[in-house]
Ligand binder design. Structure first.
Ligand SMILES: [Zn+2]
Ligand SMILES: [Zn+2]
Length: 355
């Protein structure tokens, strides 16, 4: 079927659609020329591109772009792309046309210490570029990606699964690794948006007993549908659920100050707490909350390339499709509707899909 922008203009051969963020909850679907890959790059036909809460905060709602990793340069948005390699540039040994790949959403300089460890997200070089922020992202029919950012997918995973892995599921997996979640743990997650739900699914697949706290009725309903045990958002309820002992592991995926505080309050002695939710603040008394309980507190930001490669293998082994958390799917031309709905905070994951 012909691709069409929101003005009804048809993409001619050699053209692609792409979503550009205008700020103040506005966006535009525009026509662009289909680009060619450079050295060490491939062109991919995008098959799924998911919407992320960080895009809402940083580029959909904002009217001006700040500096730093969230700086938006007016490029095609979308940092969770997944698709099929359509054309190879020079120097792409190991990849072939037709390969199904996830694009890890940051292209690092490749030579700083974090990049050498596969942590492109934490790249400290000046060449670091995020897809959808400083270089064209996945809300488009085609994307140019560096092979250093590609993760090949096992056949078990769908394209929507892959798009979710590109950011949110990878983030959830790294957080679980940081806390070394296992079948010996009772786990509490505060905030059951897409990342919180991914943590829940991975923690459960790792053998843990999983509990969650969420205030939005729609998200509570979704969590229940996936058999997450919900508890009230107070310390008393949390302690009661654990025979008064507290949780071995607590994750905050909300960024909310009270939720972050609660995680420390209800973590078991010698427990681990991981902060994953972005933004906001928190105040706590280190002696009683952290030191005297012997708590290990982690901050965790996305995942490494190697962790993402491990993750896709594990998802297949666990027979776990992250796509089960998607509640709405749209064509790219309906981007304004999709973002408007996702911005209500009442949905699960929202995805753009292609035939
Ligand atoms: Zn994301
Ligand atoms: Zn780097």
């Amino acid at each position: 079927m012909d691709q069409m922008d929101q003005m009804g203009r048809i993409a001619s051969p050699g053209q692609r659609l792409g979503v550009v963020m205008l700020g103040k909850c506005n966006l535009e679907v525009r026509l662009f020329d289909i680009p060619s890959p450079g050295y060490g790059q491939v062109r991919m036909k995008v098959k799924a591109s998911t919407l992320c809460g960080s895009d809402l905060n940083l580029i959909y709602r904002k009217e001006s772009w700040k500096d730093g990793p969230g700086k938006y340069c007016g490029v095609v948005a979308g940092h969770e792309p997944c698709g099929v390699i359509d054309q190879l540039g020079d120097g792409c040994d190991g990849f072939e046309v037709g390969d199904r790949c996830i694009v890890y959403h940051i292209s690092g300089c490749g030579v700083c210490q974090d990049c050498r460890m596969g942590w492109h997200i934490s790249c400290t070089g000046t060449k670091r570029k995020a897809y959808g922020y400083q270089r064209d992202g996945g809300h488009s029919d085609y994307i140019i990606a560096d092979i250093q950012n590609l993760v090949k997918m096992p056949s078990f995973l769908t394209f929507v699964d892959g798009a979710m892995v590109a950011c949110g599921v990878g983030t959830a997996y790294a957080a679980c690794l940081r806390a070394q979640v296992s079948g010996r743990d009772r786990v509490l997650i505060t905030g059951l948006g897409p990342v919180g739900m991914c943590i829940a699914l991975i923690a459960r697949a790792s053998g843990a007993e999983v509990y969650g706290i969420e205030l939005s009725p729609e998200r509570r309903q979704q969590a229940s549908a996936h058999n997450i045990t919900l508890i009230a958002s107070d310390a008393e309820a949390a302690m009661k659920a654990t025979d008064g002992k507290g949780f071995e592991v607590c994750f905050d995926a909300s960024g909310n100050a009270q939720a972050r505080h609660l995680c420390l309050e209800v973590a078991r002695r010698w427990g681990r707490v991981v902060y994953v939710g972005e933004g906001g603040n928190v105040t706590f008394s280190p002696s009683p909350m952290l030191l005297h309980k012997q708590i290990t507190l982690h901050g965790s930001w996305v995942c490494s390339m190697a962790q993402m490669e491990d993750l896709v293998e594990l998802l297949a082994r666990w027979q776990l499709h992250p796509e089960i958390l998607v509640t709405h799917k749209y064509k790219l031309k309906d981007a304004a509707t999709a973002y408007g709905l996702f911005n209500t905070g009442k949905t699960g994951k929202v995805a753009f899909i292609w035939d």
